[in-house]
Design a protein around this ligand. Structure first.
Ligand SMILES: Nc1ncnc2c1ncn2[C@@H]1O[C@H](COP(=O)(O)OP(=O)(O)OP(=O)(O)O)[C@@H](O)[C@H]1O
Ligand SMILES: [Mg+2]
Length: 298
């Protein structure tokens, strides 16, 4: 038996272990009717689930998700990169062509093993792509619990990994909501332009609307991207603004570096294409912070 206490009336409910949900669910107290989130597996799973998200396009989400995942894998962690974007660009950045991916996993068309693609040592990919349109239709058809579709599918495989890094599409749709119900940590790449800072404010409102139902969802990292010191005054004022808003979440910036946009042409990560570049140095720093291991790569 597991005891779940209602946060409102404090009644202690006894639940048989085989009735305990494997993924987070909304429970309803039978005494007072209060609805509250329960996530009994929260502390059982050691896997860190990080979503790279912001509704604005072209700010470095995919570049960050791929190089962060690759850097963690190089550091010896077992990493799953999940591409939830119909553009399917994670495969392109890694120079691989998986025959199946996330859509086949969620739609249960293939076994989990058949949908995972080993992209590098320690780095597995659940590819995105146009098939995800079918996943969005599935989510829309669900009467209840459609927001947990991704969590239910990933819970079958995530235990084998130290980190799950989720790349997301620009905009806000049923799949973005599903990502918010799966990850516990959000990493927001913020390109240092005024339009992105404005988009950030709107995106935060969307996150707050989800946090009402998922208290464990946390904005953990704000990563400035496209840092360009040729426009020093403008850049510094935007960095200062981010620092005042997110003093403990703000990470060291990723500098503007042409090699980051060239590497995908060769299907290589920045660590493979230009290990000594500014791009590789900056992403290595981010990996160390997220792995909480300052000595990694030394
Ligand atoms: N620090 C950087 N310096 C130079 N170019 C970069 C940098 N980061 C990303 N790029 C390039 O900028 C473009 C947009 O980056 P990316 O695809 O990662 O953004 P995104 O947020 O995933 O876009 P979308 O919203 O379309 O998914 C790409 O061509 C990428 O190679
Ligand atoms: Mg992208």
């Amino acid at each position: 038996m597991i005891i779940i206490e209602c946060p409102k009336c404090k009644h202690k409910h006894k639940i048989p272990e085989d009735k305990v949900p494997s993924t987070p669910k909304i429970a309803r107290c039978k005494i007072c009717g209060y609805k509250f989130p329960v996530n009994l597996n929260k502390d059982l799973s050691k896997t860190k689930r990080i979503g790279v998200c912001i509704s604005k396009g072209g700010v470095g989400k995919t570049t960050t998700a791929v190089n962060l995942a690759a850097g963690l894998a190089l550091g010896g962690y077992r990493v799953l990169l999940v591409d939830t974007d119909t553009q399917g660009q994670c495969s392109f950045l890694l120079g691989v062509k998986p025959a199946a991916g996330l859509a086949e996993l969620v739609l249960e068309e293939l076994s989990p093993e058949e949908t995972l693609f080993r992209a590098r040592e320690n780095l597995y990919l659940l590819a995105g792509g146009r098939g995800l349109a079918g996943v969005k239709r599935l989510i829309d058809r669900e009467y209840f619990g459609g927001e947990r579709t991704l969590s239910d599918a990933l819970s079958k495989i995530e235990r084998d990994f130290d980190f799950v890094v989720v790349d997301t599409s620009p905009g806000w749709d049923a799949l973005s909501v599903n990502v918010m119900f799966y990850v516990t940590e959000i990493l927001i790449p913020v390109s240092l332009e005024i339009m992105t800072i404005q988009a950030l404010a709107n995106f935060l409102k969307s996150i707050i609307s989800i946090q009402k139902y998922r208290t464990e969802l946390e904005i953990k990292y704000v990563v400035p991207t496209f840092l360009d010191m040729r426009v020093k005054k403008k850049t510094m004022s935007m960095l200062d603004k981010l620092k005042s808003l997110y003093p403990d979440k703000l990470c060291d910036p990723i500098r503007y570096n042409n090699l980051l946009s060239q590497a995908p042409v060769y299907g290589k990560t920045i660590f493979e294409y230009a290990p000594g570049s500014k791009g590789a140095q900056d992403y290595r720093k981010l990996v160390k912070r997220i792995a909480k291991n300052p000595d990694l790569f030394n």
